[in-house]
Each structure stands twice: as C-alpha cells, then as structure tokens.
Ligand binder design. Structure first.
Ligand code: HEM
Length: 186
C-alpha cells in the first residue's frame, strides 16, 4: 500500500494534514477575532499564548504539507474539468499555501516587534524575528489582519468550489479528500 497520493484520491497523510489545518485555522481565526476585545485578565493572556502556539503549529504543518505534496504528488484533475477551472484551482491552492505561511510569520513578526517573548506551549522559547520597533509592529499587525481577509476569501472560493462539485456536478472532488475504503467514482 502506498502512502503517496494516487491519480484517483488523496492518501490518508494528505487528508490528515488537510483537515487538521482546517480545524486549526477555524479555531485560530475565531480566537483571533474574539480575543482582542477581551478584558485584560489572566484568561486573555492564556488565550493569546494559545493563539500563538497553535498558529506556530500551523506554520510547521504548512511546511510539512508542502514537502509532503512535493513528495507524494497530487491526484489527476477530475475528468471533465475545464482547463480554466483547473488553472483557478491551482492558483487558489498556491495562494492558500502562501497565506498559511504568511499568517503565522506576520503574527510572529508582530510579536517580536512589540517586544513580547514567544513560547511554544510553554515548552521552549522562540527567537525574535526582529528587535522592538513600533513602525514594524504596526505594519506586521496590518498584514496579519489583512491576511485574515485574504484567507477568508480564498477559503470561501476553495470550499465553495468543492461543495459545488459535490452537490451539483456529483463528481469525486470532495470525496477523494474524505476518508473511505472504496475508491470514489470519477
Ligand atoms: C494560521 C495562523 C494564524 C491565523 C489564521 C491567525 C488569525 C488571527 C486573526 C483573525 C486575528 C485578529 C485580527 C484582527 O484583530 O482583525 C489575529 C490576531 C493576533 N494574532 Fe494571529 N493568527 C495566526 C497565527 C499567529 C501567530 C503564529 C502569532 C504569534 C506568534 C499570532 C499573533 C497574533 C496576535 C498577537 C494577535 C492580536 C493582535 C492585537 O492585539 O491586535 N497569530 N490572528
């Protein structure tokens, strides 16, 4: 049994990486949007610390995903897909990868320029990406905020296309990213 992706479907390591990143990003975006409005309590500091640690986890998973994708390949386009749709899908995937790296890195840069220490789940400290710098702090935060809206737009396009294929075209686009024993129909 190969762990690589086949022409017909994504293998379980690719599926696991895909869905764990989905769960983490939804949680991070929700926490990110809510935590800034919280009153200044120890709970807020805990949530910020968790946001940063889970965000760094996404950075690691994005790197593993990219390496795995290069090694394991990708399934062939679903039969019957027009060329222009394949191009848009590829562009969306490339931009999603870019944002999956950009969000954690701009968060880390913001944290560094603000002069805050950075711990990974309380286990070890990470180095600062830059020294304390007010202008850089503001720029990194603006990029972190703007990155969220870019990410949201891409996710709507990406997930919307998957549901459209599943519900209206009835093809294997979504099913081949879901666990299941039987190979999906084309
Ligand atoms: C995929 C990873 C990440 C996602 C999706 C994400 C998402 C978000 C979102 C949606 C916000 C709210 C922005 C707003 O106020 O409009 C936020 C805020 C924040 N994020 Fe992230 N984030 C990620 C990773 C990180 C990392 C790795 C760090 C730090 C190491 C970080 C540090 C922060 C901080 C400090 C804030 C609050 C900024 C403030 O106080 O105004 N984030 N994040």
């Amino acid at each position: 049994m190969t762990l690589r992706n086949t022409d017909e479907r994504w293998s379980w390591p690719s599926q696991w990486l895909h869905w764990s990143v989905v769960v983490l990003v939804v949680g991070l975006a929700t926490a990110g949007l809510l935590m800034t409005e919280m009153p200044n309590t120890p709970r807020k500091i805990e949530i910020y610390a968790l946001h940063k640690s889970f965000g760094l986890t996404v950075l690691v998973l994005a790197a593993i995903r990219l390496a795995w994708r290069l090694y394991a390949g990708t399934p062939a386009p679903v039969p019957g897909s027009p060329r222009w749709q394949e191009r848009i899908a590829s562009l969306t995937h490339a931009l999603l990868y870019a944002v999956l790296f950009a969000m954690p890195l701009t968060g880390w840069l913001f944290n560094s320029a603000a002069g805050y220490p950075l711990q990974f789940f309380g286990l070890f400290n990470l180095p600062a990406l830059a020294g304390s710098d007010e202008a850089l702090r503001e720029a990194a935060l603006s990029l972190h905020k703007a990155g969220f809206w870019v990410l949201l737009s891409l996710v709507v396009l990406h997930a919307g296309a998957a549901f459209y294929h599943h519900l209206f075209l009835g093809d294997a686009t979504l099913r081949r990213m879901l666990p299941g024993r039987r190979p999906p129909q084309a």
